[in-house]
Unconditional design. Structure first.
Length: 217
């Protein structure tokens, strides 16, 4: 299977390529506004590997939650690739790739990202037999309420302020920043059967504040 994955939902630009079921690219760069360079990076890696975009069977997209601009860029790129090459798309919430990176440390994971306004955008996930299962849809919470409700979970975030707040409340917090990772999404798609393709007319990003983005959900 040949897969190309993109996640630009945060300030970490993440790109991955799998050819013949092997990861040949795992690119991650913390770069504010770096999503605008995603197409440049993709072309660079394709040229370096001497492969064409049409080699990929499926395009994989990290759907957020995250940045309005970053998500619009990655969604536009993947839609363009899909339409031009008549290839399917698999869309996955970016929180799955957070969980995938720490799933060997615990069976219960709480993922929190900064939503400003004294709120967090969060969800919880369970790991069973190595499979990640989302327990609830991503939603807005106050951090204090969320920590009280799920204090026996391992908390994961990409935000230093949230990490310190979690420590102050005594919950178990993963010690490093964890960012969306396109390689993790590709590995999840590789293990999926059957693949759950996303129709292009159903492809909507997961915005933290959808009303502010004038997006219907």
């Amino acid at each position: 299977m040949n897969l190309l994955g993109i996640d630009t939902s945060t300030e970490n630009v993440s790109l991955a390529m799998m050819v013949d079921n092997k990861i040949i690219l795992d690119f991650n760069r913390y770069q504010p506004y770096g999503a605008s360079k995603a197409i440049v990076y993709i072309k660079k890696f394709l040229d370096k590997s001497s492969i064409n975009l049409d080699i990929f069977d499926v395009f994989v997209l990290g759907a957020g939650p995250g940045s309005f601009t970053g998500l619009r860029i990655s969604f536009s790129l993947i839609k363009a690739f899909s339409l031009a090459l008549n290839k399917p798309v698999v869309k996955l919430g970016s929180f799955y790739s957070y969980a995938s990176q720490v799933k060997h440390n615990t069976s219960k994971i709480a993922i929190v990202t900064d939503a400003k306004r004294e709120m967090v955008y969060a969800t919880t996930m369970r790991i069973k037999n190595g499979i990640i299962k989302r327990e609830r849809k991503e939603a807005l919470y106050s951090l204090k309420d969320f920590m009280k409700r799920y204090r026996d979970y391992l908390f994961v975030t990409n935000n230093e302020y949230l990490r310190e707040k979690c420590k102050s409340y005594g919950v178990n917090i993963y010690p490093k920043n964890v960012w969306p990772n396109a390689k993790e999404l590709l590995l999840m798609v590789k293990e999926s059967s059957p693949l759950n393709f996303t129709p292009l007319n159903k492809m909507e990003p997961i915005y933290v504040y959808p009303n502010d983005c004038q997006v219907r959900v």
